[in-house]
Write a protein that binds this ligand. Structure first.
Ligand SMILES: [Zn+2]
Length: 408
């Protein structure tokens, strides 16, 4: 009999991450409940939750691991949703122990989860990762205490609640999001333990879980990418695009995002995927990616590329100057008139703005007048209605009086 303990992250007064829209403790509980119900439908498996509401006091990570140990869990899974300090990171990640068979089992299960979150549901693959604390043991409490109690333990960070490429999924699917994620997580467990379900009509008895060697754990990367160099391959000033070769390397991690600046590093684009087919856990020493970058019309740009590794540490490239895009005919006219603007014109345009203000006030007055007119119309209508009612009431009274007279 396989035993699985599911831990819905956070709870009680510990909300976890929260945005105006999402509260992590609620999301993790919704996904956990679906995962629990789905997994219960498989044969030969016992499933437990560390918590089933958001009102009981928050459990410590140690207590959560103890619950898993009390049930003799074969796998302990903590469910989470992510957020980043600058609200710019996106994608799914799975954390596991860095040590021995706990790495081997955790990373094997995590590979199945990443196939599901990235391969099937389309979230960006931020990797299967380990993190080690100052004392040399696993950094995350769930994994540290779980491992100490001899249970392979993983943390699933499904996606980021504060980045549009991730929360678009939650918007698109609404409440169904948690059903989709919970069922997917349950099926990953079923695959890993080769479970079958007659009620669901699913049979994973011959599923081959990826085998990861305990001797080559993926260790955390505390250093930024070693190199990031850029080179202009081609610039087409007519169409306004440049082809830039970006060469970046990180010997103990991989490059996963990049962003660029056209103003010498003052402002940057949002994060972009470095390479769309990054394999989970892959490590590479050299990587080239060509990027097509739009040239600014009429002025040169100072391009800097910033590359990020799996641990979100970044390195900036050298600066290269990109030529200006040719100004198209329509733009030439505006550019010429802009060139010919002298001080008097500037004053005139400033003045235009000032005189535009009373215009706006006028518009506001106009709508105020409109309000007055519609108000008057309403008053007239009410008066007309009242008159009609009065006439009707008095006529019915007269009729009743007549009726009464007839009876007597
Ligand atoms: Zn969390």
């Amino acid at each position: 009999m396989t035993v699985v303990v599911i831990d819905p992250g956070h709870g009680g007064d510990n909300l976890g991450g929260h945005t105006d829209e999402f509260i992590e403790q609620e999301l993790t509980l919704k996904v956990a409940n679906v995962m629990y119900d789905r997994l219960k439908q498989y044969d030969d498996v016992e499933v437990y939750l560390t918590r089933d509401n958001n009102t009981d006091p928050d459990l410590s990570r140690k207590d959560r691991a103890k619950i898993a140990a009390d049930h003799n869990a074969d796998l302990f899974i903590s469910l989470h949703f992510n957020m980043s300090e600058n609200h710019d990171l996106y994608g799914a990640e799975v954390w596991t122990s860095a040590f021995g068979e706990y790495y081997e089992k955790g990373a094997s299960f995590a590979s199945i989860v990443m196939d599901s979150l990235h391969g099937e549901l389309g979230f960006f693959d931020r990797g299967i990762k380990t993190r080690i604390g100052d004392d040399g043991t696993d950094y995350y409490g769930i994994i540290k205490y779980g491992t100490e109690l001899n249970i392979p333990s993983v943390i699933i960070e499904h996606c980021h609640m504060d980045e549009s490429r991730d929360y678009d999924f939650l918007h698109e699917h609404g409440e169904d999001s948690y059903t989709i994620l919970g069922q997917a997580d349950a099926d990953c467990v079923a695959k890993y333990f080769r479970l079958s379900s007659s009620s669901l009509g699913l049979d994973y008895s011959s599923y081959e879980a990826p085998v990861l060697s305990a001797y080559e754990p993926v260790l955390p990367d505390d250093t930024a990418p070693e190199t990031c160099e850029i080179e202009l391959l081609d610039a087409d000033t007519v169409s306004g695009t440049a082809l830039v070769r970006m060469n970046a390397s990180d010997s103990d991690s991989i490059i996963q995002y990049y962003r660029y600046s056209l103003d010498g590093g003052v402002s940057f684009t949002k994060l972009l995927p470095w390479n769309d087919d990054i394999e989970a856990g892959q490590s590479c020493e050299k990587d080239n990616v060509n990027a097509s970058i739009e040239l600014a019309p009429g002025k040169e740009s100072e391009l800097i590329v910033r590359v990020y590794n799996r641990y979100d540490k970044y390195t900036d490239s050298n600066l290269i100057v990109l030529p200006a895009a040719e100004i198209k005919e329509q733009e030439t006219e505006t550019a010429q008139s802009a060139d010919s603007v002298d001080e008097d014109d500037l004053k005139a345009s400033e003045y235009d703005e000032i005189v535009a203000v009373p215009g706006e006030l006028g518009a506001a007055k106009g709508s105020y007048n409109g309000l007055l007119i519609s108000g008057a119309a309403i008053v007239i209508c009410i008066a007309a209605l009242l008159t009609v009612i009065l006439v009707l009431v008095s006529s019915s009274r007269r009729r009743k009086k007549r009726k009464r007279r007839r009876r007597y």
